[in-house]
Design a protein around this ligand. Structure first.
Ligand SMILES: Nc1nc2c(c(=O)[nH]1)N=C([C@H](O)[C@H](O)COP(=O)(O)OP(=O)(O)OP(=O)(O)O)CN2
Length: 293
C-alpha cells in the first residue's frame, strides 16, 4: 500500500554552488510512504506525517545554509569547545565565501554538489530512522514552484527574528509582480529578477571591518578586500559572513519582505518619478508583501 501527501512543506534555504555562489531556494516537498497497515488500518496517520515528517525536514534543511561537504572548495572547521563552525568556500577570482556561525545554521550534505537528489538522499537517511516498522519505503519528491514570470533567488538573515530567520544565510526563490499606474510592468519585474539573481541582500548597519571578524582568524579568509563583511549577534549566537561585493546588494533597512517590497517600489519611483508603482514581492512560495510608492 502507498500513502501520499503533497505539499508537505516548503524548505526555504540557501546553498553554496561553485558557479553561482550563494543561492537562495524554496523547494516544495511531496512524500510517498510504502508499507503494510498498522492496528489503525493506516500506513501512517496523516497527522503524524504532517507534524513529525515535516518537523524532521524543517529541522534538517529549512532556514539553513547547505554545504556540499565533498566539493574541493569546501573547508569546514569546527571550533574546539564551542558550537561555532567556520566554512570557507574557496571559489576563485575573489569570489570566495566565508562564514563563522553556530553549527545549527548549516546542513552538511556529503556530496560534491547540492541538488534535489543529494538533498533528498540526505533527508531520507534522517527520516528512515524515525519511521515505524510497518513503513518499509519512503519516496521524497522535491520540486520548485512553477513560475511563468520573472523571479529571483536571494539570501539574507533577519537578526531581529526570534526564530530561525535570524540565520545569516538562508534564502528563497521568489516571484515579483510590479504594477505601474495600475498596469502590469514586466520590464520592472525583469529588472528585479536580473538585479537579484543569486544575490545576498545585506543590511548596511551589519557591515563591519575585517579586524573585528572571527572568520578571518583562519588563513583561508585573508584576501577580503573586495568582500562585504557582515556580523551580528542574535539569540542563537554570533553570525559572520564575508561574500564578494559583486554578489551583494545593500539596503538601509532589515530585509523582511515588507522592507524589500518597499525598497523595490522606492527604487522604481526614483527611476520614474512620474509613475506610481505597486510591488507585490514574494518570500518563497505563496506569501509576501505589497508596497507602493
Ligand atoms: N511578516 C514577516 N514575517 C516573517 C518574515 C518577513 O519577512 N515578514 N520573514 C521570515 C523569515 O525570513 C522566514 O524565512 C520565512 O519563512 P517561513 O517558511 O514562512 O517560516 P516558518 O518557519 O514560520 O514557516 P514554515 O512554513 O513552518 O517553514 C519569517 N517571518
Amino acid at each position: 500500500m502507498q500513502l501520499f501527501v503533497n505539499d508537505l512543506t516548503v524548505m526555504d534555504f540557501s546553498y553554496l554552488c561553485p558557479e553561482r555562489g550563494m543561492v537562495g531556494e524554496s523547494w516544495i516537498v511531496d512524500v510517498i510512504l510504502d508499507g503494510g497497515l498498522n492496528e489503525e488500518s493506516m500506513v501512517l496517520d496523516f497527522a503524524k506525517v504532517k507534524k513529525q515528517l515535516k518537523r524532521l525536514i524543517d529541522d534538517h534543511v529549512d532556514h539553513k545554509l547547505l554545504i556540499p561537504a565533498e566539493h574541493p572548495y569546501s573547508q569546514i572547521t569546527h571550533e574546539q569547545q564551542s558550537d561555532q563552525v567556520w566554512v570557507d568556500f574557496m571559489r576563485s577570482h575573489g569570489r570566495s565565501i566565508h562564514l563563522y556561525c553556530p553549527a545549527e545554521a548549516y546542513a552538511f550534505i556529503y556530496a560534491a554538489q547540492i541538488s534535489m537528489d543529494s538533498v533528498s538522499s540526505y533527508l531520507k537517511e534522517v527520516i528512515a530512522t524515525h519511521l515505524p516498522q510497518n513503513v518499509e519505503g519512503l519516496t521524497l519528491m522535491l520540486r520548485c514552484e512553477e513560475i511563468n514570470e520573472p523571479y529571483y533567488h536571494y539570501t539574507h538573515g533577519l537578526k531581529k527574528h526570534e526564530g530561525n530567520c535570524q540565520r545569516i544565510a538562508h534564502g528563497h526563490r521568489s516571484r515579483v509582480k510590479v504594477f505601474a499606474d495600475g498596469a502590469p510592468e514586466t520590464d520592472a519585474q525583469q529588472y528585479w529578477a536580473r538585479r537579484w539573481r543569486d544575490i545576498y541582500i545585506g543590511t548596511r548597519e551589519d557591515l563591519v571591518s575585517e579586524t573585528s571578524l572571527h572568520l578571518s582568524q583562519l588563513a583561508r579568509a585573508q584576501d577580503l578586500n573586495e568582500h562585504c563583511l557582515f556580523s551580528y549577534e542574535s539569540s542563537q549566537g554570533l553570525f559572520e559572513l564575508a561574500i564578494a561585493e559583486s554578489e551583494c546588494d545593500l539596503i538601509d533597512t532589515d530585509s523582511t519582505v515588507e522592507c524589500l517590497a518597499q525598497f523595490m517600489a522606492d527604487e522604481l519611483k526614483a527611476l520614474q518619478p512620474e509613475k506610481s508603482f505597486t510591488v507585490r514581492a514574494y518570500e518563497g512560495v505563496g506569501k509576501g508583501a505589497i508596497a507602493s510608492a
